[in-house]
Design a protein around this ligand. Structure first.
Ligand code: OAD
Length: 255
């Protein structure tokens, strides 16, 4: 009989003192935020070269801003789901718990997670292309927003293709992954670097990798257990199994 991946994941969590969650767009899909590479994902409808590069912004800032304006508006209407909230709960169960996310929607924070590394920036942040001006909210800034300090262009506070990650973010992520016992990779196609490399890094440091994704990905072959379902139900079921194990052990062990 095939081992039950939910049970396998729960047993790994019950024995871990340091856990990293690596989340991608599939994590937010069940809150109603589109993914990028699925059938109805953004990149099946739009060309990323025209919307998510510095060159595109220089050429047509109003067009790029229109796309981000719509995404910012949509974000104001979505909520974290039960899976996000469980992950926030898990943070209080184990001594080391880090969420590393490629998502720019801030939903992990809104669900209550505190130790979150945002590799690709945030949709609710805007910054000046010239000076240090940054602001964080979802206000509609109009078609072509300019910096109130220096007058240059304001841009979305996200990472575009070909850009560096926010200072220190990847270093924080790799430090957490190198010391973790378990890495749970949730809802990412595993094709965008350097985020995709975290699974291999974890495995090379002896951590167990669990994947939660309805589809197979390049990360699947590294995984000790693959839960092939939507993330909300998967996380809730893993949580129930973990709680069951902890009851038999007389409480959460934290390794
Ligand atoms: P993708 O759109 O590439 O992949 C989404 C993954 O989520 C796929 O593997 C789906 O099978 C999976 N998925 C879909 N629904 C799910 C669900 N309910 N539960 C669990 N998994 C589900 O998104 P990412 O891998 O996050 O970068 O994309 C990485 C980066 O590419 C993004 O951060 C973005 C994009 O270009 C930037 O904007 C810099």
């Amino acid at each position: 009989m095939e081992p039950d991946p939910i049970r396998q994941a729960a047993e790994l969590l019950a024995g871990a003192s340091s856990i990293v969650i690596s989340s991608g767009a599939g994590m937010s899909a069940e809150s109603g935020v589109p993914t990028f590479r699925d059938e109805n994902g953004y990149w099946s409808r739009f060309n990323p070269a025209e919307l998510a590069t510095v060159a595109a912004f220089r050429k047509a800032p109003a067009r790029v801003w229109e796309w981000y304006r719509l995404r910012r508006q949509a974000l104001a209407k979505v909520e974290p789901h039960a899976g996000h909230r469980k992950l926030a709960e898990w943070e209080s169960r184990v001594p080391g718990f880090t969420v590393v996310t490629q998502n720019v929607d801030g939903l992990h924070h809104r669900a209550g997670s505190r130790n979150v590394v945002e590799l690709h920036g945030r949709l609710d942040e805007v910054r000046c292309v010239h000076c240090a001006f940054v602001r964080r909210d979802l206000e509609d800034l109009g078609a072509e927003p300019h910096c109130p300090t220096c007058g240059d262009w304001l841009r979305p506070g996200v990472v575009w293709f070909g850009e560096m990650l926010p200072t220190g973010a990847f270093e924080q992520a790799t430090a957490a992954v190198e010391r973790c016992d378990v890495l749970i990779v949730i809802g990412t196609s595993g094709v965008v670097q350097p985020a995709a490399s975290l699974a291999e890094l974890a495995a090379s440091h002896g951590a167990k990798v669990v994947e939660i994704n309805p589809a197979e990905t390049p990360i699947s072959s590294l995984a000790h257990a693959c839960v092939r379902s939507g993330c909300r139900d998967a996380i809730v079921e893993i949580d129930a199994a973990w709680c069951g194990i902890s009851r038999t052990l007389g409480g959460f062990q934290g390794g």
